[in-house]
Design a protein around this ligand. Sequence first.
Ligand code: TRP
Length: 331
Amino acid sequence: MTAAKNKGIILTGHRPTGPRHIGHLVGTLEQWAKMQDDYTCYFLIADLHVLTTDYKHPERIQKNIESVVVDWLASGLDPERSTFVRQSALMEHAQLALLFNMLTTVSRLERVPTYKELVKELKLNPSAGTLTYPVLQSADILIYKADTVPVGEDQMPHIELTREIARRFNKNFGETFPEPEGYLSKTSKLPGVDNRMMHASYGNSIRLEDSSEETGKKVMRMYTDPNRIHATDPGTVEGNPVFEYHDVFNPNKDEVEDFKSRYREGKIGDVEVKKRLVEALNEYLAPIRERREEYLNHPEKAIKILDDGTESARPVVQATLKEVQEKMGLQ
Ligand code: TRP
């Protein structure tokens, strides 16, 4: 067993944009849950980051934080072993970001792919907060001196920036920060029930909070091979979300292979394949739903976990900020 002090440090998190779905579960949350034994983990509720693109709905934020924390707990993130943190409650995150802004050029930030995409997509005049989004993220990571950051592919450029900031800081002010590594989830992205990218705003996700009935309805309406009219037509398995879901959620691999070959030969109907998927998915989600129950009527328990975690992180972020302020000549 590795002594606690030799463990690597993980910082990762989500923007609290609403309930988590099965894409979050198999893409990130299961992986984070597994890493808790081998790393000292900080799981961040990045509420300041929400404001970089949407400050017009203040009434949603606390509710969304609550549902993300409940879904995290249900997915096996364990506050006994890991620390949950509310970003906006530790001003040290924002303070460190301000100092990192001094080390970062505007042109570098304008080259960040997520920023370029956002500007193109929203066709709006980006705020300074949007431009400096990845600097705040770098501060989130480096304030814990994290060495490992499990994130999705789209976040990798932010980790690269974090490494640059760490390098620049160390070069100018002396060795202070590790250069953290991004850690990609191995699971490929689960499509939505309509076969587009799974996204809350597309209404095509299965949420952890959905009942088994709701889950069943969504699966039965799921996109499948559009060229197959009759159950006797040969069907396509590749790129068919029904089978992608079977691969992930159905533990009976022989059954899945049997379904696939019969589907290709036109010897099984979509309804039968989907019905089994409903059962498998509901079984898979059962323990998560059970854990969710505990907080359903007591969301304040989840909020207390978040706030207790935040308090235990406070001395850690204070120490790093103090060190930075001293090195930069502010103290
Ligand atoms: N930008 C991340 C996202 O949109 C959320 C986030 C904020 C984050 N700070 C972080 C992720 C620090 C990892 C590390 O998903």
